[in-house]
Design a protein around this ligand. Structure first.
Ligand code: FES
Length: 283
């Protein structure tokens, strides 16, 4: 299985289809607001993994009820709930997928294909049950569970092996030693200029706005893009940095994500000034 997944990650055969679908998803979900909602910016957490709990739970529960006597009606209701709730989960997943790396998109494409097959089979099962063919409905449900199970396995591979949807900045905190670390002489820090400094082996961005100084991990939470090469902009009166790779936007004060595709905040570090030297430490 591992060998198969490695081959899937590295095969270039899916790329023409993947690129076409990426363009289609991007043009269908064009509005920044809708894309941010689907990325989970408002939640501070990717939305897709949260939404998939409902269809998976409903479909699996329907399969359990199929094994019990006199539960046809309840199983049909659960199947309907799972089928309807799968649609927003799929849209949120497609929105995340369109901003992923090429290797992640290859696996994501097969993940989507398996889940679409599952959705089709569960829809067929629902139609069969609503027309009184419960035996066919049960069979289609079992096949649907198998397809959705394969999709879930690939989703796990995307999250835990390929780090899709996780905060790419946070593991860098493990490289920072406890205690306060000098960053720069305060007198040498220019106003309103994005600087990059090293803290142990970790790259951080430093931004001074009057008395307020931000020290933030440089590697973008989304896919490790270099925020030090980003643009400083004002969004709703707040000073933010825009990642040069896919445009995730974070407030420079506290690291809050303002626009995706990042679904989580960017890590900032506590600071202090001692003897004219700016210092930072682990949160
Ligand atoms: S790496 Fe994708 S937005 Fe920063």
């Amino acid at each position: 299985m591992r060998e198969l997944l490695t081959r899937l990650e590295t095969t270039t055969r899916l790329d023409p289809l993947s690129d076409r679908m990426q363009r289609s998803v991007m043009s269908l979900l064009r509005g920044q607001r809708i894309r941010d909602i689907l990325h989970g910016v408002w939640l501070g957490h990717p939305l897709h993994p949260a939404l998939v709990q409902l269809p998976i739970g409903a479909w699996f529960s329907a399969a359990v009820l199929d094994l019990l006597p006199n539960q046809r009606r309840a199983a049909t209701v659960l199947l309907g709930v799972g089928t309807v709730s799968a649609l927003p989960a799929a849209v949120a997943g497609a929105n995340d997928w369109a901003s992923q790396s090429r290797e992640q998109r290859r696996v994501g494409l097969v993940h989507a294909l398996a889940n679409s097959t599952g959705l089709l089979l569960f829809s067929g099962s629902l139609a069969a049950r609503l027309t009184g063919r419960h035996g066919v409905g049960r069979l289609l449900s079992m096949l649907g569970l198998a397809a959705a199970g394969g999709g879930a396995y690939l989703g796990g591979h995307l999250a835990y092996k390929q780090a899709a949807g996780v905060n790419h900045g946070v593991p860098e905190l493990n490289l920072i030693e406890d205690g306060w670390h000098p960053i720069a002489d305060l007198a040498t820090l220019p106003e309103a200029t994005l600087l990059t400094r090293q803290l142990n082996d970790v790259s951080v961005v430093v931004y001074r706005d009057g008395d307020e100084i931000t020290v933030m991990l440089e590697r973008c939470a989304h896919q490790s893009g270099p925020l030090g090469q980003g643009e400083v902009v004002r969004v709703d009166g707040k000073t933010c940095v825009v990642c040069p790779w896919h445009g995730s936007t974070f407030q420079l004060g506290g690291g809050e994500v303002v626009h995706g595709p990042a679904g989580t905040d960017q890590q900032v570090l506590p600071t202090r000034v001692i003897g004219g030297v700016l210092e930072a430490r682990l949160p």
